[in-house]
Write a protein that binds this ligand. Sequence first.
Ligand code: IPD
Ligand code: CA
Ligand code: CA
Length: 255
Amino acid sequence: MEKKFNFAKQIVLNAASYIKEHLNDQLQIETKSSPTDLVTQMDKEVQDNLVTWILEAYPADHILAEENGLRHSISDGNVWVIDPIDGTNNFVAQKADFAVVLAYFENGIGQFGVIYDVIGDKLYHGGGQFDVYCNEQKLPPYQDRPLNQFLIASNAGIFERNDWGIADLAKETLGVRVYGSAAISFSKVLSGQLLTYISYICPWDYAAASIIGESLGYQIVTLTGDPVDFQTRQQIMMVPTDKLAEIQSYIYERK
Ligand code: IPD
Ligand code: CA
Ligand code: CA
């Protein structure tokens, strides 16, 4: 597994180098499900590169990825989960605060995850049998503090509408941050900078964070506290297991 893990980190860094080399290219921007759901040629090229490299090295493995309808179930065999650029809108508008994200499962069991904040140059990696690091720095497990000493992050719409009481929860904390990238938000939870990240996202957005987070005392669950399905878009939160009950006490189903 170590060879595969090292391979995963290397191809994520290679993908990021490709993005940086092409950072000032003219972008071909298309919309998908809504005017703010964007995809560029870079998302597609980076995904194509990652898929090619993985299948050249591991031809029997499978892919679940955001673009081009690659939708293999994580429960079936050796499966790589790819988000080529998480935070495409940040990429388009800011050329910063976006990440390349890769996760690897064997018959539904997460083996490792890799999240690379490309411009911040922070590689979060580990989970399964591997310790969790940000670059060369080993990350400690979740360290408990009272709610009022934490920041939280969420999707802007969920906070604005107070969906599920999330704005009420936020009032008990130091405040809310909205980063525009699930992976960047998760990386801040992993490094202890945020208590939780709450959003409405897809398996490729949360797969790597779920594997890495498990090793540090976190879990990703739906807002009803159920396991995520790794198939559909769901309302989810990444929370420290120690704080799950307290956070859930603020969450209610919108009438
Ligand atoms: C999006 C980002 C964003 C989240 C969206 C995701 P993408 O991913 O993570 O923060 O709010 O729901 O789709 O499209 O940039 O890969
Ligand atoms: Ca994404
Ligand atoms: Ca993406």
